[in-house]
Design a protein around this ligand. Structure first.
Ligand SMILES: NC(=O)c1ccc[n+]([C@@H]2O[C@H](COP(=O)([O-])OP(=O)(O)OC[C@H]3O[C@@H](n4cnc5c(N)ncnc54)[C@H](O)[C@@H]3O)[C@@H](O)[C@H]2O)c1
Length: 252
């Protein structure tokens, strides 16, 4: 039931980090993969494509900024034409630039909501019509445990991730009648470029390792299993949910 053979998955923000691990991990489970990221991330996208093709799966690469509605619509139209269809969407692209709320610039507030909120909306709305037509689809939104409890210097980011969880619940209710499930994954601290920049120091890494029930922080590959669950028939009766994948640093 976890087999994704003959499924096409679109992963945003897939040139590195969690998105790349998801693109490659879902390909390992049989999926062909459309990957997208900002045009400047071409090198990482091409490396991911090579890795996916080495697994014997097909891969299509697109440079698109998900905050640009027409770029998103073009990408989804071209990807659908080339790949045939998009069965699973993983809204993974995101940004985090830490700041105390009192110091936060208007530009940074807008930028976080543009990528982490509006971008999710644009990509989802571009993919939904074909899923509705086929009466089948899986959408996975990468939120964060920050959505559960904001932490200092991440108030704006946490607000965007709470938005992603709320959109997950509403999309689930608005699309379930067409056989589409929409779920969120809330990663804890994952050691990607974003995760390491955010922690800042070896001391902070060690502190959070000690806090975690599993006494380690996450690797991007730790998100693959939950994504396979939400992408496959294993989760056929699960929708509108948000799953913490955090090694036990948050429990609600
Ligand atoms: N790393 C963590 O600890 C952690 C924890 C919780 C949630 N998350 C979430 O997981 C997702 C992936 O994070 P990551 O740690 O791999 O970060 P990352 O910074 O390594 O990767 C994010 C990717 O998104 C892409 N991206 C950014 N803006 C974009 C845009 N406008 N259009 C297209 N692509 C864009 C980036 O180029 C990058 O490749 C994000 O949504 C992040 O908020 C990460």
């Amino acid at each position: 039931m976890s087999d994704l053979t003959n499924k096409v998955v679109l992963v945003t923000g897939a040139s590195r980090g969690i998105g790349r691990a998801l693109a490659e991990g879902l390909a390992e489970h049989g999926a062909d993969v459309v990957i997208c990221d900002l045009p400047r991330e071409e090198q990482g996208l091409n490396e991911a494509k090579s890795a996916i093709e080495k697994l014997g799966r097909k891969c299509w690469v697109f440079g698109a900024d998900i905050t640009d509605k027409s770029a998103v619509e073009n990408m989804v139209a071209q990807a659908t034409e080339q790949a045939g269809q998009i069965d699973v969407l993983v809204n993974n692209a995101g940004i985090l630039k830490p700041s105390l709320l009192e110091d936060l610039s208007e530009g940074d507030w807008d930028a976080h909501f543009a990528v982490n909120g509006k971008g999710l909306l644009f990509v989802t709305n571009a993919v939904l019509p074909q899923m509705r037509q086929r009466k089948n689809g899986r959408i996975i939104n990468i939120a964060s445990i920050a959505a559960r409890q904001g932490v200092p210097t991440q108030g704006h980011y946490a607000a965007t991730k709470a938005t992603a969880v709320t959109l997950t619940r509403v999309y689930a209710q608005e699309t379930g009648m067409d056989g589409i499930t929409v779920n969120a994954i809330c990663p804890g601290i994952i050691l990607t470029e974003m995760g390491k920049n955010n922690l800042g120091s070896e001391e902070a890494i060690n502190h959070w390792k000690e806090v975690a029930a599993l006494k380690r922080l996450g690797e991007p590959s730790d998100i693959v299993g939950p994504a396979v669950f939400f992408a496959s028939d294993l989760s056929a009766f699960v929708t509108g949910q948000a799953l913490n994948v955090c090694g036990g640093i948050y429990f609600h």
